[in-house]
Design a protein around this ligand. Structure first.
Ligand SMILES: [Zn+2]
Length: 212
């Protein structure tokens, strides 16, 4: 866990974890699950499954171990630019915290700088930071926006996420094409309708629709 609780970036990623994931424990648990399901964990096809599952969780849940401060090191620049910056169609992969099933989709991010901009490649990393953990889409959307707000102190930030949730598609209500849209608008995006409209038109125009 973080030592310095006053660091706003650490707060933005409030579950930052410095210890490595306990993959041995995950392997043991998966083996128990296989037995509970009624499977034989010793049959050939399943022998390495607990190990593979543990490895995939390391990747899918890697956000807990991305240092939110190191992430933006040397990537924030002083620039006299105050027009809207839009990064559209950033893919995300997450696991819903209620079922630990994937929800996947795209995130659109915009901000209007005050005097600082961030390296373009960092925005997808910020999306990974908050998506690669047990999440709900609403919170993920807000965290991405607040993180950028803290790092750049811009005139405003807007984040819109569109997600397909396996827990809705494959079980329960079985809605195979229900797409969830969430948004967080801060600063001028919240206060000025014209700014918000410009962003919404920008992401609506030719945005790739979700296909899986
Ligand atoms: Zn779920």
């Amino acid at each position: 866990m973080v030592e310095d609780c006053n660091d706003p970036l650490a707060q933005a990623a409030d579950l930052f974890c410095e210890e490595e994931m306990d993959t041995d424990k995950i392997e043991e648990s998966v083996k128990e699950m296989l037995i509970a399901i009624g499977e034989d964990p010793d049959r050939q096809g399943l022998l390495k499954t607990p190990h593979r599952v543990a490895k995939s969780y390391e990747e899918l849940l890697g956000g807990y171990r991305m240092d939110p401060r190191a992430l933006i090191n040397d990537a924030v620049f002083d620039v006299a630019y105050d027009e809207m910056v839009v990064i559209r169609d950033i893919e995300f992969y997450s696991l819903c915290e209620h079922h630990m099933l994937p929800f996947i989709g795209r995130v659109h991010v915009a901000y209007i700088p005050s005097d600082k901009v961030i390296g373009l490649s960092k925005i997808p990393r910020i999306v990974d930071l908050f998506s690669r953990r047990l999440q709900v889409q609403e919170r993920m959307t807000r965290q991405i926006a607040e993180y950028i707000d803290v790092v750049l102190n811009p005139q405003g930030v807007a984040v819109v996420a569109e997600g397909l949730h396996m827990c809705m598609m494959l079980r329960g209500v079985m809605k195979h094409d229900a797409r969830m849209t969430t948004s967080t608008m801060l600063g001028v995006f919240r206060n000025e309708i014209s700014t918000r409209m410009e962003f919404m038109q920008n992401i609506g125009r030719g945005a790739t629709s979700l296909h899986i």
